[in-house]
Every structure is written in C-alpha cells, then in structure tokens.
Design a protein. Structure first.
Length: 424
C-alpha cells in the first residue's frame, strides 16, 4: 500500500509529532517520547509514557519513587512540584494534576504569548490515591481519548466498591479467595483504597506490593497489605483474602497457593459486552483510571481551548465530535495506549485507526483526521534546524529553573457535558 506523503506541519506550533514522540521545537525537548531522546518531560510512569534510555527526565515529584522503581534508581531525573515553573530554552513549563495515577501530570507550555497543554492520561473521577484533575486554561489542548465513545460511562466509585466488597464477602463466607486482576500501577492501589478491608486480609502480588511501598513513601494512605509468603498468614486467612494481582499473573503457579478461588477483572473495558467472557473471569468490574465519554467532554470544555489535538484512543470519533461542536480539531499519531499489564491499554479489537499502526505512525493518523496539517510528523532535520542555536538554560539543573513563581492554573469550573451526538 502506498502511503501519501505527509503534509507540512504548521510553523510555530509549540508541540509537533515526530517519529520519536511529541516534540517542543522552541524548547528542544520531548513529552512522553517512545524513542530515546536527550530531554524528556514525563506525564506519568506507565510504560507507554515513560521509557528507559532518555538522557534526562523531568517529572512530578510525587511520582518520583514509582518512576525510579520502574526505570532505574540512577536515571537523571529532575522532580518538580505541581505548579512549579521550569524554563527550558525560553519555554515556561509546569506540571498540573491529571488525576490518572500517583504523580500523573498535564504539561503546560507557555511561549511567546501562547499556552499549550498536553494532558497525558487523565480522569475526573474521585480517587484518594492521587491528586485530582485540575483544569488548565489554554489555547491548544492535546488530549487522550482512550474511552472516547458514548458507550463509556463509569458507575460511581461508591457503588462499584460496594459491589466489589459484597462479592468479596460472599466468596470469603464460602471459603473462596477473591482474585482481582488490576494493573499493578494505579488501578491496584485504587482497588486497595476502595474496598472494605474489614472483610479479610489483602494479599498482593509482588509487582503490586513494590508499588504499594512507593505509594506509601509518597504519603498515600493504603490499608495493610501482605505478600502470600508473609508469616502469620494461615491457610484459613488465604481463603478469606482479596488477592490483587496484575493480569499477567493469571494461570501462574503463584495463584495455586490460594486454593479454591473466584476471579474478576477491573477495567473500563468491562463495560464492553463480551469482555468478561473473553478474559475468562467470573466477574467484571467497570473501573478505569481514564476519563469516560462525559468526563472527556467536561475536561476539554473546561480548558477553554479553541484547538484540540487528539492522541490515542477513539481518535476518529472524538475528532469528528469536536468538529461538530465548532472546535478546530485534529490528531497526532502516537504509540501510547498499547495493551499491557501497566494500564488500561486498548485491546486489539478496540484499537482505532488513529493509533499508531506502524513504526512512523503516519498511516493511522491520516485515517483519523482530515486535517493533514495537524497529523503529519515533522522531519527530524527540520526540527534540528529550528532548534539549532537555542541557548540552554539548564546549567546546574537538568532542565533549568524559572524565576521561582509557581504557575497557578486559573480556576476553570467543570461544566456539565454538552449534549451527546450519536457516533456514526
């Protein structure tokens, strides 16, 4: 199949898509790049957004422990507080809560009178394990759309965890362990914080427990959790346990230690008919660390942005819907949101044509949007030419430091979602 030549990206954009990742030409740095780069600003520590091999990292301070646990304690990392401004080659950069997982951040970029915000992954639902989403006013908003279809509407956390706790209690009374498969970083801790811990012991897979420790070190309150090998856990205790494990633990010898058991999967994909059956579990709990359809609309509206660029997820539907609302909408091809044990990810059957389909990702992007200028990758040579001569301000610090003034995002009240249009 012959791929159409990419159209040139509009000059002057603060963020462009390249084969290495989202790039800020004015500041000469990348945001959540998927190829090794000299300077990377990281929105959060899930593996599709935070990768090994970058020269230097900038990330939010609360997520530092998780990021080092996943990428290595010796990475060159500059950690900043929410709202703390950093100057990178004249671009003012600050991180603001995304509500996705511990330390997750939206990246605010200000340069030459323009403000862009890259959302990373985010959610609006209450979550005691991370800072809540903070609307940030901007001219251009780059948003995810993992669950960007009208069918995705999450139940309240109160109802969901009451249901999960009742299921656990019924199993415990019958002498069966309850196994909940939840992604190790973020989802697992949310489950632990949400269930009724009085039902029985909470036993965690090692991949979850190491992240529990990082959460506690960051000041997040979690109930007491155990490894299956801990002293003092009798077989009778294991039969009453809620076992929290990553999906990769399914079918492994580790689970046999719990004897008779019922299992469940916690994910936003559980709202899709047949997802539980395909996973082969007894129960499906609709729990996501991403925004559902109404929350995506509310978050986008709260930014006040006139231009919106959609990255991963249900890209064509979201772009079309935003255009119907009168916004200038387009898409970037990225490599975020792959299926894995670290995040909700997109199952293969649910991947949109807007996700990256091959190494350079341009094919999927061309299908996702009719605005070629918002889609095409900027050539590396063009980027290097633009960045040449930019004077670095990072002496003594990996990314430099602003004048010391924190960036307080204007209070942007969250509005009810606008009327939903049927997706075609």
């Amino acid at each position: 199949m012959t791929r159409a030549a990419p159209a040139p990206t509009p000059r002057g954009d603060l963020v462009v898509a390249t084969p290495r990742g989202l790039y800020c030409p004015a500041g000469d740095f990348y945001i959540d790049p998927w190829r090794p780069v000299p300077r990377a600003v990281i929105t959060h520590a899930h593996s599709d957004h935070a990768r090994r091999g970058h020269g230097a990292y900038l990330a939010q301070a609360q997520g530092e422990g998780v990021l080092r646990a996943r990428l290595g304690a010796d990475i060159r990392l500059q950690a900043v507080a929410y709202g703390e401004a950093v100057s990178i080659n004249g671009v003012r950069v600050s991180l603001h809560p995304a509500g996705h997982v511990l330390g997750s951040a939206q990246v605010r970029l200000e340069h030459a009178g323009r403000v862009w915000v890259t959302s990373g992954d985010y959610k609006l639902d209450p979550d005691p394990t991370c800072a809540p989403f903070e609307p940030v006013r901007c001219d251009v908003f780059i948003t995810e759309s993992t669950f960007g279809l009208p069918i995705y509407r999450w139940p309240s956390g109160e109802d969901l965890f009451a249901d999960m706790s009742a299921w656990w209690r019924a199993n415990a009374d019958a002498g069966r362990a309850s196994v909940v498969y939840a992604y190790a970083f973020g989802k697992a801790q949310r489950v632990l914080a949400g269930v009724d811990a009085s039902v029985g012991p909470l036993v965690c897979h090692g991949a979850v427990q190491v992240l529990n420790d990082a959460y506690r070190a960051a000041g997040v309150a979690l109930p007491a959790t155990h490894r299956v090998t801990d002293d003092g856990l009798a077989p009778a205790d294991l039969r009453r346990a809620l076992v929290v494990a990553p999906p990769s633990a399914a079918g492994t010898p580790w689970l046999r230690r719990f004897g008779d058991q019922a299992d469940a999967f916690a994910s936003g994909w559980m709202q899709v008919r047949g997802a539980r059956r395909r996973r082969g579990v007894d129960r499906g709990f609709v729990l996501s660390d991403h925004a559902d359809w109404p929350s995506l609309q509310r978050a986008i509206a709260a930014t006040g942005a006139e231009r919106v660029i959609v990255t991963h997820g249900s890209v064509p539907v979201m772009v079309r819907w935003l255009r119907e609302q009168g916004l200038d909408a387009g898409a970037f091809a990225t490599e975020y949101g792959g299926e894995g044990d670290d995040d909700d990810g997109q199952p293969d059957a649910a991947r949109s044509s807007g996700a990256a389909n091959d190494d350079d990702g341009t094919e999927g992007a061309d299908e996702a949007s009719g605005t070629a200028s918002a889609l095409s990758y900027k050539s590396e040579n063009a980027i290097e030419n633009e960045a040449a001569g930019a004077e670095s301000t990072s002496a003594g610090r990996l990314f430099g430091k602003d004048s010391g003034n924190a960036v307080a995002a204007p209070n942007a009240p969250m509005q009810p979602p606008p009327p939903t249009h049927r997706a075609h």
